[in-house]
Design a protein around this ligand. Structure first.
Ligand code: GUN
Length: 296
């Protein structure tokens, strides 16, 4: 059986259009323009690409984009002062500090200095706690995007066996919590899991977020299962740099019922969900209900 390819790019475009329409409605109602501030410390090439893409998407959605680029040697006091300033800036609804930060900066301290109401990454310890206890929070963008695609494909997730491979704070753990919130039966696997292949083989849903190129093999997938590939790995193949996920897409697609491709799967959804979170933060700050069209 050939798997259905879940078109994350197309899904993200639709979401971005709905966000653009909501932003236009807010502005027309005199509620102002939602604004996103992105802070980049240093010159990490991959981070520069991501920050540029975020800026472009923010502008395209009709929101205000505030970029702050700081040199790699920026000290903690300077960075924290900038965040405090953005916390107090009424034009800024969302704040994102691009990770990874240079090694001399304490990422936890920096993230926990962001006003939780403006924490569009959902990384602040308050938002982590709210998500963990099933309360209204800001939800990390990548798992939110995965959840949206899963709900679109499956409808209800209740009773499905979901395996999340990877236990990062950014993807694995919040993904597991979101699936649990939707009544899936969730297993988190990691580098010390004793029978990874067998555990994956029992899953109706496999979310791969390990950062290891093509680690999840077709033989590990239950026929008809849904595979969500969060990985973005650059590898050298036949003398060329190519982008691959954490799954052997071809092998998995031969067995799975549905699979996200790399590129064009989870990646575009992450940026769309950043815009969704910025719009949600803007609505909450204005005392308006969460935009329904964006529900995850
Ligand atoms: N670096 C890689 N992914 C992310 C993300 O989702 N948010 C931030 N802030 N930095 C990242």
């Amino acid at each position: 059986m050939a798997a259905r390819i879940i078109d994350g790019k197309g899904f993200a475009e639709g979401l971005r259009q709905r966000i653009g329409a909501e932003v236009a409605r807010l502005r027309a109602a005199g509620a102002g323009t939602p604004g996103l501030a992105v802070v980049l410390v240093g010159e990490d090439p991959a981070s520069q690409v991501y920050v540029r893409a975020k800026h472009r998407a923010t502008i395209e959605a009709g929101m205000a984009s505030f970029e702050h680029r700081l040199p790699a040697e920026t000290d903690a006091a300077t960075l924290l002062a900038l965040i405090e300033r953005l916390n107090g800036d009424p034009a800024v609804d969302g704040i994102l500090v691009q990770l990874p930060l240079p090694g001399h900066l304490d990422a936890d301290l920096v993230i926990n200095t962001i006003d939780p109401a403006k924490d569009v990454d959902g990384f602040h310890i308050s938002n982590v706690g709210l998500l963990g206890t099933g309360q209204k929070s800001m939800v990390p963008c990548t798992p939110l995007g995965c959840l949206m695609m899963l709900r679109d494909h499956h409808g209800k997730l209740a009773g499905l066996n979901a395996v999340v491979v990877g236990r990062s704070n950014i993807v694995g753990k919040p993904m597991a919590l979101l699936l649990l919130q939707r009544d899936a039966t969730v297993t988190i696997c990691h580098s010390k899991t004793s029978d990874l292949a067998g555990t994956c083989r029992r899953a109706d849903i496999v979310v791969a977020a390990v950062g290891r190129p093509e680690m999840i093999r077709g033989e590990w997938i239950k026929p008809g299962a849904t595979v969500i590939d969060v990985g973005i790995n650059r590898i050298l193949r036949d003398g060329r740099t190519v982008l691959v996920g954490d799954c052997d897409t071809e092998g998995c697609a031969a067995v799975a019922g549905a699979i996200t491709p790399v590129p064009g799967g989870v990646g575009p959804m992450t940026i769309a969900c950043l815009l969704a979170n910025t719009l949600t933060a803007a609505c909450r700050r204005r005392g308006l209900p969460d935009p329904e069209a964006l529900a995850g």
